[in-house]
Design a protein around this ligand. Sequence first.
Ligand code: NAD
Length: 486
Amino acid sequence: MVAVRKLKNYIGGKWVVSRTEEYETVFNPATKEELCEVPLSTKEDLEEAVIVANGAFETWKEMAVPRRARILFNYQQLLIKHKAELARLITLENGKNLNEALGEVQRGIENVEFAAGTPTLMMGDSLASIATDVEVANYRYPIGVVAGISPFNFPMMVPCWMFPMAISCGNSFVLKPSERTPLLTERLAELFTEAGLPAGVFNIVYGAHDVVNGILEHPEVKAISFVGSKPVGEYVYTEGSKHLKRVQALTGAKNHSIVLKDADLDDAVTNIVSAAFGSAGERCMACAVVTVENEIADAFIDKLQEKASGIKVGNGLDDGVFLGPVIRAENQKRTLAYIEKGIEEGARLIADGRENSPDNGYFVGPTIFDGVTTDMTIWRDEIFAPVLSIIRVENLKEAIRTANQSEFANGACLFTNNASAIRYFREQIDAGMLGINLGVPAPMAFFPFSGWKSSFYGTLHANGKDSVEFYTRKKVVTARYPKANI
Ligand code: NAD
């Protein structure tokens, strides 16, 4: 057997062997093939990266903003050139199908494009006359070393929510990617360096909780962007704040879609199937629950079952495959346990993902429960797998009341042609990202990724103008110009 490659950390523009003895195997979840080994780096590795990043910050922050932006433009070009290669890596390590992976690369590139706009985005405000002979101006500055902690489900897009904007604003960055999907980030680093980024501005330390704890405690880490599950996000937010850092933590979800009786059912079904089973349900914007009006529930569910039964499950690199594997054996086991739990709690299993799933990877087929109620575990918990719950409701008010009982409030969708219903939904639903007649209302790079309730901890969200605020600090200069004889 050929030994798989051991990844190295990227520190100061070089690949550096971790001090750790502990490595974790990274699998292709569609084949269980070993792809590489990732170091579970030590706090000392993290310390080294932060020192290097802090040194690089001193010169990087001085580089004129348009020059920094030009490096981002070069980076965008290289990412476009390598799009196919990057997408293939995502499918290999994450399992989502190649089309979805290409979509993810595109989303990442859009973040780089947005970050290249810093000469405009970092502009301050001024008032020429705030008192007699007095003017005020505010200027934006970077904050120092920023750290990013990312999840497995979007190996490219989520890190790209963080480091391009942080770096374009003049900060240096240390990324701790998910230990389950580390491969793609190697290429992100290499291509950024090729684009002209000076050594030490972007660093990667692979690992798990030791690196995260190192980030939380290190005095030179000034801000943390976290994306992942609710328990870890709460921990990162609490501990990071305790250590007086800026923290934004984007966490779990249980997104509801509401289908009203006037909706185009075929269109709603197409969108919901894609939102529930795309990326194996491993999306923080996945549709986990459909609330459907009684009057059309049977017709809607028939169409949903038919569409779901046509989904091809398998290796995301193969033609026609829509639904890839979940990420690891324990995620598959956990999902099967939720299916058992749903049956035990009295929900009706109308599509059973345990049947006919290939057994060479961590597959779970499309699973649908009808007759779900809000006292069931499958309604309450984030399952993060291709499992969809259906709740039948009398009307929109009941649908919104149902969704608002969830502790999570990331996204919510409404399928209807009724303008009053759309407005009512917008005003009454507890969720930060809404979709009208579409399935996955993930905002593009230019708008904030705006979860509410237990889906987000912090004040400033990722992306959009919020990200510029998060990665910069301001100086407000009040200046008096005494009258002179001019
Ligand atoms: P996770 O919380 O297990 O891991 C996220 C990161 O935290 C990883 O880098 C991991 O190494 C680290 N981590 C895990 N356990 C830790 C611990 N005990 N101490 C310190 N660090 C730890 O999440 P995941 O399984 O990789 O990703 C799935 C989750 O991410 C889902 O809950 C999903 O909803 C969420 N997510 C949210 C968004 C959003 O925008 N709200 C986007 C993507 C994913």
